[in-house]
Design a protein around this ligand. Sequence first.
Ligand code: HEC
Ligand code: HEC
Length: 387
Amino acid sequence: MHNKIRLNYFMLLLGMVLIASSCQREEEEEMIPIGNIPEIGALPESVLSPNENPYSNEKFELGRALFWDPILSGAKDVACVSCHHPNFGYADGRDLSSGVNGIGLGPNRVNGDVVKRNSPTILNTAFNGIDLAGNYNPDAAPMFWDNRAMGLEEQALLPILSKEEMRGSEIAEDDIVDSLIQRLNTLPAYRTLFVEAFGDATINQNRIVQAIATFQRNILANNSRFDQYMRGDLNALNNQEIEGMNTFISVGCANCHSGPMFSDFQLHTLSVPDHALVDDDGATGNFDFRTPSLRNLNLTAPYMHNGSFDNLREVLRFYNDISGGNANSQNPNVGNNQIDQDARNLRLNNGQVNEIITFLNTLNDEDFDRSIPQNVPSGLSVGGRID
Ligand code: HEC
Ligand code: HEC
């Protein structure tokens, strides 16, 4: 009943907007944007760049080259794309990522150093931190499962410094950036790309991260059927999907998975089981991790910070397991009373599970840039040792 009321309220708002706009009335209260649901919303159709790093096609192309080129790794074997590949929704389809020394792509990659977390997609990371009103600051967009970097520019350096992800053990952390700059300087193709992107051939850390960030900022999947619906195309979702949306909100998922990214970008303790290969006690030692986006989930399994769950049904079973009278931690290091209060009351029946999954499937947008370059400026193998 509650769901129905919500739905009708939404339709009523929408009706008001249509009437308001058709009569050209100007009373402000009635100019409610289409699809104004209190908890969740459409993504913007375009992105903001930081003032210090405005968009240009040339910077995007340089960033794309760097993203695909293993030249940025110590042993020239790993590129960003080794773990954020378009064929895997710009993630890698693995529970934990596999870094230096690895061979192959996605779940088939072997021999790589174990990275302690699951690779999130870079799709829509431009919008990290966005609130329901659509406000966000590209300089302060929170990055990683523990929010430890702010902004795509700051983030881009960290995998390059990381021993397991890209640096390897041959070159010290303090030396890696200088040696990469030297490498790039010896390659005329890169010198040309830097001239085109920045006006002169100077290659430095700031320009490298600005170019990579510009590329990532424009890898978007922001036109899901949910977005179309919220922007006013009422036929974009069917009744079951709308029912699922109402269930998602009414049971409390949107207390944390809120706003246009379906994330409050806050840290929460849920008691996700530990992975056998790594110790990870989260952002503050409380097994707390950032609420992930729920967009494009069909591309980014397995789920959670360590890939504990293979599919959405397992995730929802987990929420059921930790809910109920006095919670029921699924991680021996987390006490029942440490579990976030909002996560303790998500006991769902089978019907609700199905409804929510039906709704989550409307958040996928398959139409994003999947292009794979023919070659990279260094002449090394495209994407690293991923074949
Ligand atoms: C070996 C695999 C691997 C490589 C190589 C790699 N990443 Fe990642 N990436 C990850 C993992 C794992 C995480 C999550 C780490 C964490 O949260 O602590 C991550 C997180 C991110 C995020 C944060 C997304 C978000 O929503 O918080 C971005 C952006 C990103 N990587 C971009 C890059 C870029 C740019 C490069 C190349 C310079 C790169 N990655 C190289 C595995 C990798
Ligand atoms: C208390 C806040 C909170 C509530 C309420 C909540 N979640 Fe989550 N959700 C999180 C956090 C935090 C994670 C990541 C946990 C981790 O990796 O350790 C997560 C992870 C997920 C994931 C995995 C996504 C991925 O990419 O790995 C899915 C799917 C998900 N939640 C769906 C739901 C649904 C559906 C509901 C409602 C039944 C819900 N969540 C309720 C905070 C919450």
